[in-house]
Design a protein. Sequence first.
Length: 391
Amino acid sequence: MVSSPGRLVVGSLTAALISLGVFACGDDEGEDGLGTDATPDPEPLFRALEDDLIRTCGGPNGTCHVRGSFQQAPTWLGGPDPYVTVKRYRGVLPATKEVGDSILLTQVRHAGPALTEAPNDLYRRVSDWLTAEVPGPPLPNTGAFSVLSGFNSIPLDTVAPGLTDARLTFLATETNGTLTLDALKLVAPPNANVKVDSPFFVILPRSGKVKAEPEVNGFKGELTVPAGESVDLFTGKMILLRWDPTGQLKIAFNKIESTPGQSSGGACTALDLFNSSALPAMGKLVDLLPDDDEDPGEPLGQGSCLGCHAKAPPANEGPSPAVQAMDLRAAATDPAAACAQAKIWINRENKAQSTILLNPTGKGNPQHPMKALTDNDPIIQGIKAWVDAEQ
């Protein structure tokens, strides 16, 4: 797992002296965001460090982050009152309410120094000021996690009480710095209903500024998932720009809570067709492909959907990623339970866009390890007959 970018750790920090001619200017233009209401307590802390911050980041005669005349640097120290300006600049006061996510603390050396290199203990003083501005607690979040190409399952058990076995799942693809998350689903545990409010994705590059922008990389509103159910997370899709493939993500929630519930088992309404059409189709042989580390051109041999998704793990090992994604291990002994697992991957609003149909035709998970089938293949038609009948 790739380590997360530097988070705030109050302690010993490097304070390499820099000359007054060295200044800190952004490599890319930022954007103004909405600020928060000013409070009287943090302001004296800012005023005490204001001159040092302008001297370090403003550049000679204010050419950098004061006036922005150097490389169109964002002017987060400009305006009649730098204190008002800096608080209104997006990312300075982190949306996660985690001070270590502030763009001031996570910016690295660029055209100018990082704050960790500034004299007069400026990094710590800025940290103290930000802590006063954003006293916390941090928004509930998943913590940092690496993103796998293809299927991902992110546990939510540590985010809030009562969320054991709750998770977020999605299919990830990365192209030229753009990360696309498809089939985003929120899965509730069997004994609790889960309610989320305005979740957003936080980009944690390996090195550089954290991007915590709810209005860009998030959803607005509330969503409730009944116990044992799986539903699309709002639109079910998120596109993240300026993605660092060596970095990580975390998901923050304005609120997330659970209430006692009881799963209905996600019972299938077309169990007969699942048994007579879908399961036989899933047992038919397909050409299996190697993973990314091997030659992707030639099939490795043959297998079946059930051969992967119903495969029992070796002793002392957990379920395979295929089983974690769709657990069909009960197909032979309890087809109703297997059907409930498969039903999770039906798009009820648009059956043709169901992941259970897109993956075997090569239109879903890019790492799905089988040779793509045509829409008219008997395997697809067998699964589709059941999908279309499910309510």
